[in-house]
Design a binder for this molecule. Structure first.
Ligand code: ZN
Length: 370
């Protein structure tokens, strides 16, 4: 195991912040896993603890068949943001920006470097594009903020990986996954191993989040240079490891083992691993997600647990105004899986309270709710 410490730019005088990565194994294939880019989403960090322990063990047993890079603390900026005792890890306090939006667009940047050098040799094209990605990131002018510097470092370590996992969680949720529709066949086994409750697929969620910054350039380049053999060489997903409170040791160990077994399937680890369970949730379009909003302010009582299958018209929650006694049942408007519930129990204007994964597209444009 090699520890790599990268300095962040623009830290306040008298302070210093680093992104630390742990690198295991060697070889041409590479997996990159990061945790807690939204710094108060800690199940991923807890799983990374298990991954680090197990990868060290597997490395000493000579069972690594490629490189695994692990960033257990992907966001040291957000990890330190505590406001009056409440951890604020989703948005950078100085700028208000979501840590997982607007990553650098590698596809546009590499076009001038690779355009006339691509051919029909798939492996050569992948090597050429990865080299160009690393080159454009190195040639960028200095980052204009600490956040931009952090995002570039994360992308630099992930952009040449075959497999990228960005570990997050939602407020109160079943394990679920966001990925490109084209990559669902490859993610199915991890989904089954994790006993995930939902998979949301889209080509573009509208926010240029980290997983899309890794996977989408290949899709864009393959369309732009249709005559060249360009595969979707980076299998990337955002994996939401349940809800914010889900840091229990048994769950973390199980999630880490599922991820390792999946990495073995991807050719990165040797040895015997449990078989893929047959049961797996279905994948649905991200465009099919209903964001459930309250009709007025009030205290919230949820009526269905996360993971419940719900039908159109079924009550999901109630909102009660304690002063004028207004009481409203909020019902599902699609058939699907109630896969996320809000953490707060007070309904506020413009703030969603639940998410239901439906089968048919009902939303378009920017799909992320921030
Ligand atoms: Zn997140």
């Amino acid at each position: 195991m090699q520890r790599i410490d990268r300095d962040l730019p623009w830290t306040c005088p008298g302070t210093r912040r680093q992104l630390s990565l742990f690198r295991f194994g060697s070889g041409p294939r590479k997996a990159y896993i990061q945790a807690s880019l939204h710094a108060d989403e800690l199940p991923g960090m807890r799983v990374a603890v298990e991954l680090k322990r197990r990868l060290r063990e597997l490395e000493s047993q000579g069972r690594l068949r490629g490189v695994v890079e692990l960033a257990p603390v992907a966001n040291p900026i957000g990890l330190g943001q505590v406001l009056q005792g409440v951890h604020q890890g989703r948005f950078e306090q100085g700028s208000g920006k979501n840590f997982n939006r607007d990553f650098f667009n590698l596809a546009d940047a590499v076009v001038p470097l690779v355009g006339d050098r691509l051919g029909t040799d798939t492996a050569a094209n992948v090597a050429l594009i990865r080299e160009a990605m690393r080159a454009v990131l190195h040639a960028l002018p200095p980052a204009t903020s600490e956040l931009q510097g952090l995002q570039r470092l994360l992308l630099e370590h992930a952009c040449d990986a075959d497999v990228v996992l960005d570990l997050h969680c939602d407020f109160d949720a079943v394990t679920h996954l966001y990925a490109l529709p084209q990559q669902w066949p490859q993610w199915r086994s991890l989904t089954a191993r994790l006993e995930a409750g939902a998979v949301l697929l889209t080509e573009d969620s509208g926010g240029y989040s980290f997983d899309e910054a890794c996977s989408m350039p290949w899709l864009n380049l393959s369309r732009r240079f249709a005559e060249a053999a360009i595969p979707l060489a980076c299998l990337a997903a955002t994996l939401e490891l349940g809800g914010m409170a889900d840091t229990g040791p048994a769950q973390a160990e199980a999630s880490a083992e599922s991820i390792l077994a999946f990495l073995a399937e991807q050719g990165l680890l040797d040895g015997e691993w449990p078989r893929v369970p047959e049961v797996c949730c279905e994948a649905t379009p991200f465009e099919g997600v209903e964001l459930v909003y309250p009709p007025h302010a009030g205290v919230v009582s949820f009526l269905r647990p996360v993971g419940a299958r719900v039908a159109v018209g079924e009550p999901l929650l109630e909102v009660i105004d304690p002063l004028d006694d207004r009481h409203t049942l909020v019902r599902a408007s699609v058939d699907g899986v109630l896969y996320v519930r809000e953490r707060t129990r007070f309904a506020q204007p413009g703030r969603w309270l639940a998410k239901v994964a439906g089968r048919h597209p009902i939303r378009h444009g920017r799909l992320l709710s921030d």
